[in-house]
Design a binder for this molecule. Structure first.
Ligand code: ASP
Length: 424
């Protein structure tokens, strides 16, 4: 199978890009070429992110319309929708609970010296003001109403994912209900648009090794490693939780979908690498769709429904990060959080993770809501800003892994998963 060999090769190339980028970035960091790398290398990474991001809106629109239309029966749509949302809610709540459990057990914030605390607070509080001021807090009713677009063209232009999803599902349902013969042309148009977007992804992914190199090099080159030392325990607990989550999905997929752990993890590796490099579930979405349909045997109609929704509302990695971070900050401030407070964190962080857009750094902004809810000082966010980008990279990997596992599980529950034969 030549295409498989090609994919494996590309995959190795991306890994190589990542490793070389990290080495180059480390050298840059050490020898002070950080700004040179940011000026001359980073733009290639940014170009890569822009290239895959440009596909997202038309791809989500087209794939969700044809996905919904080909689910056909509105009852099936309701069933798939319900299972997807249930799976997302349960895994999100589990992820926060795991984060809280680890932070309670390992107490990452307990021994942070007061001098380090003050230093972190003073060096990052400027960035914090910007972060907090960006967080608007609409009411629950407003948030729900906002899902219904008044002008879909505007939603598409502004990349309002939930509104686009709502509109696309509605168009898909209308196509499947309509008896007009002309509707077939509309469906064919979106099928064609979808194919074109997927073709663009195939083209863009070829330059992924260079994009990944540039992204990683610039992140590593401008990273303050001295900060990592003081926050090493916090970063380690968060990453430990994320790694545990990464290995929670395979047994779920094994039990609920009969897919071997190795096949699942191998099948989504390419998307994981892109997620790690871009820190954006949305930008990774085209690759996640490609991996789940081509490597894991999820039919396109289910993948096109479950994954765009997941990239927008399901953030398991972010949820875990919010749990650990809230507790870490509370521990540094010497605040004791009762069981009720922690339950409140699970509830608000579930909502905050749903409200987190799949873009870099948004999980940290939404942390503001969680902290406010339980009365943890907001300026505490300044404590963790130094390692924010690195943790964002890891949590985005888990965000898209959770989405992919949902696609596999939902497809299996509908009896539509066609697990591809693998040689190893
Ligand atoms: N960067 C994450 C994502 O795109 C969201 C976040 O946690 O900041 O999935």
């Amino acid at each position: 199978m030549p295409s498989k060999r090609l994919r494996l090769e590309l995959h190795t190339q991306i890994l190589l890009g990542l490793a070389l980028g990290a080495i180059f970035g480390l050298l840059g960091n050490h020898f002070g070429w950080g700004s040179w790398i940011n000026t001359w290398i980073k733009p290639f990474g940014t170009a890569f992110i822009r290239l895959i991001s440009l596909v997202v809106v038309p791809l989500v629109l087209a794939s969700l319309i044809i996905g919904t239309a080909s689910l056909g029966d509105p009852r099936k749509l309701g069933r798939v929708g319900l299972k997807t949302i249930l799976y997302y809610l349960l895994t999100t709540a589990f992820s926060i609970a795991l984060g809280l459990f680890l932070a309670n057990l390992l107490q990452p914030g307990a021994g942070l010296p007061a001098s380090v605390k003050d230093q972190l607070l003073s060096s990052f509080s400027g960035q914090l003001d910007i972060a907090v001021s960006k967080t608007a807090r609409p009411s629950v009713a407003e948030t729900l109403l906002n899902i219904i677009p008044t002008n879909p063209a505007q939603s598409l232009a502004n990349g309002q994912m939930l509104q686009i999803i709502f509109f696309a599902i509605l168009v898909g349902v209308a196509i499947s209900l309509s008896r007009s013969e002309k509707v077939v042309y509309v469906q064919h148009f979106f099928e064609g648009l979808n194919d074109v977007m997927i073709q663009i992804v195939h083209l863009v992914i070829k330059v992924a090794p260079f994009g990944v190199f540039a992204l990683i090099a610039s992140v590593v080159a401008s990273f303050g490693f001295h900060i990592l030392v003081s926050l090493v325990k916090y970063a380690a607990v968060t990453i430990l939780g994320l790694v545990i989550l990464n290995f929670v999905y395979p047994p779920i997929v094994r039990v609920l979908a009969g897919m071997r752990a190795k096949q699942f993890l191998k099948g989504i590796q390419q998307a994981q690498l892109i997620a790690f490099s871009t820190s954006s579930s949305s930008a990774t979405l085209p690759v996640t769709i490609q991996c789940t349909t081509e490597n894991l045997g999820v039919p396109l109609d289910i993948a096109s429904f479950v994954l765009p929704l997941g990239a927008t509302i399901n953030m398991n990695g972010t949820a875990l990060y919010q749990g650990v971070s809230a507790l870490f900050i509370a521990q540094v401030y010497g605040l004791h959080l009762t069981a009720a407070d922690q339950l409140m964190i699970v509830l608000t962080a579930t909502l905050a993770a749903i409200g987190t857009a799949g873009a870099p750094g948004i999980g940290m902004l939404m942390l503001v809501i969680v902290l406010k809810q339980v009365g943890i000082p907001l300026e505490g966010i300044a404590l963790i800003l130094g390692v924010e980008r690195i943790l964002d990279m890891f949590r985005t990997v888990i965000n898209i892994t959770g989405d992919a596992s949902a696609a596999v599980v939902v497809a299996a529950s509908e009896g539509e998963l066609k697990i591809p034969e693998t040689s190893g």
